[in-house]
Design a protein around this ligand. Structure first.
Ligand code: DGL
Length: 273
């Protein structure tokens, strides 16, 4: 029998489920454990230094609990700020998620690209250097949407969406310049692909939306192939477990949302902010 790779997927909340879904498709045999730092959610508004410290501490605890072969940081806000520190602190291989600016620059025909992300991600040096390197020849409209991640979580928990509010959150990335208009929008937060259909409804014109999840899943599969696997361990959470860092996330609608996305079991690793 072949050993199952054990993969820990991490986000501040439910957004990383869009990556988990792609990883499950890519590697149906994998043992997946999802962790949401719901005690710290949303990450978009945190100060950089505080957030790095928080993420390094939380991931350290999760590595002890899950003993993963590979960790996927399924969060742009965390990856653009803490990947280097995480790699320096822990030996396990990490796969990050950063805004898909390179593929957007390759796909745009008008040269006008929108990047929808959290206020944290748009302020990062990392994001600006992706633009300078891969999209220097394009007009890139970066927009930090203050409430979009929370709107996505509310949707997944079964609540309705206020389309006027949604429209106001996404409108700034739709721009016209010299007779050309935005034709590609990067979904630079893993929560946003949960809202693609709704965003399409309020968008002023059709564009291509880039969800990086399939590319991250392929990268994860490549890293797994290169990694010696630890093998089964009865002490770790079972496949399909979501770990929460605060009991405040254990309301039944939240747990039901994780269940519908492939994580029907849950456990608490209490890590208050
Ligand atoms: N899902 C996260 C990301 O990809 C962040 C959402 C948040 O905590 O603000 O950026």
């Amino acid at each position: 029998m072949t050993t199952q790779p054990r993969i820990l997927l991490f986000d501040s909340g439910m957004g990383g489920l869009t990556v988990a879904r792609a990883v499950a498709r890519q590697m149906p045999e994998a043992h997946l454990v999802y962790a949401a730092d719901n005690a710290g959610f949303p990450y978009g508004a945190w100060k950089e230094r505080d957030l790095v410290g928080r993420i390094v501490m939380v991931i350290g605890r999760l590595i002890e609990v899950v003993k993963p072969d590979v960790v996927v940081i399924a969060c742009n806000t965390a990856s653009t700020i803490a990947l280097a520190e995480l790699r320096a602190a822990y030996k396990v291989p990490f796969v990050g998620t950063v805004p898909a600016i390179k593929p957007a620059a390759a796909q745009t025909k008008t040269g006008v690209i929108g990047v929808l992300a959290t206020p944290g991600t748009v302020s990062r040096e990392y994001t600006h250097s992706l633009i300078h390197t891969f999209a220097y020849h394009c007009k890139v409209i970066l927009h930090g949407a203050p409430r979009l991640a929370e709107i996505a979580e509310r949707k997944l928990k079964g609540h309705g969406i206020d389309l006027d509010e949604l429209k106001a959150e996404v409108a700034p990335v739709f721009r016209k310049r010299d007779g050309k208009q935005t034709d590609v929008v990067v979904l630079g937060c893993t929560h946003y692909p949960l809202l693609t259909e709704d965003i399409q409804k309020v968008a002023p014109w059709p564009v291509t939306y880039i969800d990086p999840a399939p590319a991250i899943a392929r990268r994860t599969a490549d890293i797994v192939e290169e990694t010696p696997l630890k093998g089964p361990d009865p002490s770790v959470p079972e496949h399909g477990t979501v770990i929460l860092t605060s009991a405040r996330g254990s309301a039944s609608e939240t747990l039901a949302a994780y269940g519908t996305m492939g994580f029907p079991k849950h456990m608490l690793v209490d890590l208050p902010v």
